[in-house]
Design a protein around this ligand. Structure first.
Ligand SMILES: [Zn+2]
Length: 460
């Protein structure tokens, strides 16, 4: 059995799509599982649309996700001389030929076929004439039009897939001897690299019968094929910019790479557990267990997975990732318990700097400003008598205060609000926060007293 060799072949013409990242992960997992090699081939032959910036983005995304290939990137453009050599060989063997039909001829033929409701294709009478080796026009593969053959392959995910050879026509493989088309270049490069398993998106299924015929014409061993389901948006159409971020690096700011990998891995595969490392995925991975149906990219799910990874971070890492060295260690568990995305950490900035808020926020329900001021003054007295660390005693004291301030006609819940609401706003500047008693225990007694004074001074 040949050593397993797999690859991804992204074009450096835009951002590295999360679907590409998923494909990279499944290729990587398959290589690891089978002791094989994972390669990256940059399909950079489109000189106009290819950019160095995009290639750097692919490199950065793969490095971030720790999915680096064996060896350096392979460039399709480095292989152009080989493509030419192979095209010349097919031409000399009569397996490929020059088609001298004009665009107009081909278009007229296509329209007639459409009118007859036939598959558009071109069987070229030039292939058996002496015109067939005269350069000019596009190069086509000679396909047998009277063949009743069914071209089939056993897709490693989908099972047997079949196409009729006679429906393909003499399809084009190069615009000119030095300008190969996609299907030809892919076959030439995959064969050159010794790729054993082509694992790629399902949008390539229709290319596969053409590629099989090219492999056969060249006399190369046909690899196994596996076509991955598409990554879909919430509306079940192919994930695109209008669904939000589609570039892998769009997620770098808010998500941990382990979390994004975990999410992408589980999108089209059912692992034994929801939170799973890359190494654990390797142990469980089998190509045949990849789902056939498209997978919905649900950001809520990604956020949940991310939150699970954030909880496991140590204090130093979270300070480095968020670039907040001033964060108190004692505050970190309170934050990481509640964080879905790294940038949401700014919602907790009151733990390391004074909050700013509008004085209106201190008002609660129908209470007057005098009642709120009184509540804050009484709370201040409770804090002055507090040891600064015991949360249970502070809760008891604040509950007693609630009963004391509360009108017997008001339910205790409402009078608790009269105490806890302005206390929360004074400490955090927010309507919603973790329990203000937990916040107080982190902030230290002096800071709590100062913030209550600030709140009282804001009230007229
Ligand atoms: Zn022709």
């Amino acid at each position: 059995m040949d050593k397993v060799k797999v690859r991804i072949a992204p074009s450096p013409t835009g951002s590295f799509h999360v679907g590409n990242a998923q494909s990279a992960l499944y290729n990587w997992l398959f290589a690891r599982k089978n002791g094989g090699d994972f390669y990256v081939r940059i399909e950079d032959t489109d000189k106009i649309r290819s950019t160095k910036e995009s290639e750097n983005g692919i490199r950065e995304a793969l490095a971030w996700l720790d999915l680096m290939p064996n060896g350096d990137f392979v460039r399709q453009s480095d292989n152009l001389h080989k493509h030419k050599e192979l095209l010349e060989r097919l031409l000399s063997e009569g397996k490929a030929f020059y088609c001298h039909h004009s665009q107009e001829d081909l278009e007229a033929e296509r329209q007639q076929q459409e009118a007859r409701k036939e598959a558009p294709r071109h069987f070229c009478e030039h292939k058996n004439t002496d015109k067939n080796k005269i350069p000019g026009g596009i190069i086509r593969l000679a396909v047998n039009e009277s063949s009743g053959r069914i071209i089939s392959f056993d897709d490693q995910i989908r099972g047997r897939i079949e196409f009729q050879e006679a429906l393909l026509g003499d399809f084009s493989i190069a615009r000119a001897i030095e300008d190969p088309l996609y299907n030809f270049a892919v076959v030439a490069d995959d064969a050159e690299m010794g790729i054993t398993h082509v694992i790629r998106g399902e949008d390539h299924i229709s290319n596969t019968p053409k590629q099989i015929l090219i492999y056969e014409a060249l006399g190369f061993k046909i690899p196994f094929f596996a076509h991955l389901p598409l990554v879909l948006g919430l509306d079940r159409s192919k994930l695109s910019k209008r669904h939000g971020g589609t570039g892998t690096l769009d997620y770098k700011q808010d998500y941990l790479p382990e979390a994004l990998l975990n999410f992408l891995g589980g999108l089209s595969y059912t692992f034994s557990k929801e939170i799973i490392t890359k190494e654990e995925m390797v142990n469980e991975f089998e190509l045949g267990k990849i789902h056939k149906a498209g997978a919905v990219f649900n950001v809520e799910k990604l956020n949940w997975i991310n939150s699970q990874y954030i909880k496991q971070l140590n204090n130093l890492t979270i300070k480095q990732l968020t670039n907040l060295p001033e964060m108190l260690d004692v505050a970190i568990p309170l934050i990481t318990e509640r964080l879905n995305k790294l940038s949401d950490i700014n919602d907790f900035s009151y733990l390391w700097k004074e909050p700013s808020y509008d004085s209106e926020l201190l008002n609660w329900k129908k209470f007057t400003k005098d009642e709120i001021t009184n509540s804050l003054n009484e709370t201040k007295r409770v804090i002055e008598n507090w040891n600064g660390s015991d949360k249970d005693s502070l809760r008891l004291a604040l509950d007693d205060l609630s009963k004391k301030l509360g009108d017997p006609s008001i339910p205790l819940g409402a009078s608790r609000g009269l105490v806890y609401w302005p206390f929360r706003v004074a400490l955090t500047g927010k309507e919603k926060s973790p329990d203000p008693v937990d916040v107080a225990a982190i902030l230290t007694k002096e800071t709590v007293l100062r913030r209550i004074d600030t709140a009282i001074n804001k009230l007229p």
